[in-house]
Design a binder for this molecule. Structure first.
Ligand SMILES: CC(C)(COP(=O)(O)OP(=O)(O)OC[C@H]1O[C@@H](n2cnc3c(N)ncnc32)[C@H](O)[C@@H]1OP(=O)(O)O)[C@@H](O)C(=O)NCCC(=O)NCCS
Length: 278
């Protein structure tokens, strides 16, 4: 029998064991962030009384994201994943959301298609040891006084409303927020955070001029460490920067949406903030 219940901070251990089993990059801090940002919108799937699966949701006004769709290997194929998804969709409908988005792995995509999700575009996870490159004086650290402007810049460039998630990431990783400004105008920003397997670079939202400088700055700051960067393939310049810095594609994701068509500008995204945060 499948039962769905709310996920709480007490379930952090379950979340971590599922991400570890799947080889995902999320840490306890990532799980904690999901639950704290959406305390009513994260769920556990139980199969015959045992907690075996998870999903999280994150509402940004009329658009919501679903993430962390994970089911323990031994419990797969019993409908837990589908039931968790259906429950999340119902929950989001009750929050008057018009569009639901997610990044699908090849294992998840068939389930999402059956539930009405359609593909928007492809992203690739680039992986490699970050090289040391030329430092650019154009990139500087952004202080907390700039966060509101960065969030507004992100909204203008990507067409997405994600103040809740960006605000939280900026607070948590203040010293990692790097920006390019020309004549007082923001041209882009990048941030990064530690992961279980590699440093996750992103989000990076930027103009075509600033994007490559910001990605190279991030590589420099992580020189010698393994990094992951999730790049929309439509941003061909960002792909070139990753490749010319020795990174290779580890796997790909399909960004999908349900409901009203999602409009955003993939070219402005030089690094998605992780396959689960838009
Ligand atoms: C994707 C995932 C969450 C699906 O969970 P699940 O509980 O197995 O999903 P369901 O049982 O609802 O559906 C799985 C589908 O695969 C089929 N399937 C059959 N046997 C299966 C098995 N042993 N393992 C996985 N899937 C199986 C099912 O028939 C079902 O298709 P159907 O609806 O046509 O019957 C799970 O495979 C997983 O955790 N994968 C790793 C993490 C991942 O990629 N998550 C998706 C992120 S986008």
């Amino acid at each position: 029998m499948i039962k769905i219940r709310r996920m709480t901070i007490d379930d952090l251990g379950l979340g971590l064991s599922l991400t570890q089993q799947a080889g995902w990059n999320q840490t306890e801090a990532d799980w904690r962030r999901f639950i704290e940002l959406e305390p009513e919108g994260c769920f556990v799937g139980e199969l015959n009384g045992r907690s075996v699966g998870t999903t999280t949701t994150c509402v940004f006004r009329k658009t919501a994201w679903i993430a962390m769709v994970l089911v323990e290997v031994n419990a797969r194929g019993n409908g837990v994943g589908t039931t968790l998804l259906k429950h999340s969709i119902e929950h989001l409908k009750s929050r008057q959301v018009g569009t639901i988005r997610l990044d699908a792995t090849s294992l998840g995509r068939p389930i999402y298609e059956k539930l009405g999700f359609v593909p928007d575009y492809e992203l690739a996870r680039f992986e490699g040891v970050a090289p040391r490159g030329k430092k650019s004086s154009a990139v500087v650290e952004a202080g907390p006084g700039m966060f509101a402007d960065l969030i507004e810049f992100d909204r203008r460039m990507t067409g997405r409303e994600r103040v809740k998630m960006l605000g939280r990431l900026f607070e948590e990783f203040t010293e990692n927020i790097r920006i390019v400004r020309r004549a007082g105008e923001i041209e882009g920003f990048v941030t990064m955070r530690p992961g279980a397997n590699a440093v996750q670079i992103g989000p990076c939202t930027a103009t075509p001029d600033a994007g490559s400088v910001l990605l190279c700055d991030a590589f420099n700051r992580c020189a010698g460490e393994t990094v992951f960067v999730d790049i929309p393939l439509d941003n061909t310049e960002a792909v070139k920067v990753a490749e010319s810095n020795g990174l290779t594609i580890q796997r790909s994701f399909t960004r999908m949406s349900w409901g009203l068509k999602a409009i955003d500008n993939a070219e402005a995204s030089w690094a998605s903030s992780g396959a689960e945060k838009g």
